[in-house]
Design a protein around this ligand. Structure first.
Ligand code: ZN
Length: 91
């Protein structure tokens, strides 16, 4: 029998389950109001994951799970950069 590509062996898609989750408020269904409280590096030095804790300033929910730096930065960049720019322009 020839070795056919198996549908379950996704060799080309390197998407481990430990890829983390995007920061998201499931109550407000948006990430606009999220504020990152903490982002602790994962135990494994080679891991790109961080243990992130964040709150939604709109509904007050607090969330915590593992995410990648990119996923955390996606939320961190928005309000922080906006506030910094506003602050810099005030000075
Ligand atoms: Zn919310």
């Amino acid at each position: 029998m020839p070795t056919v590509a198996q549908p379950h062996s996704s060799s080309s898609h390197a998407t481990p389950e430990s890829a983390g989750r995007y920061l998201w408020c499931s109550t407000c269904r948006t990430d606009r109001h999220l504020q990152v409280l903490s982002a602790e590096p994962h135990r494994h030095p080679q891991s790109v994951l961080v243990e992130v804790t964040y709150t939604c300033s709109h509904c007050g929910h607090v969330f915590g799970h593992t995410a990648t730096y990119e996923q955390v930065a996606a939320v961190l960049d928005r309000p922080t950069s906006a506030e910094r720019r506003a602050g810099l322009r005030d000075y």
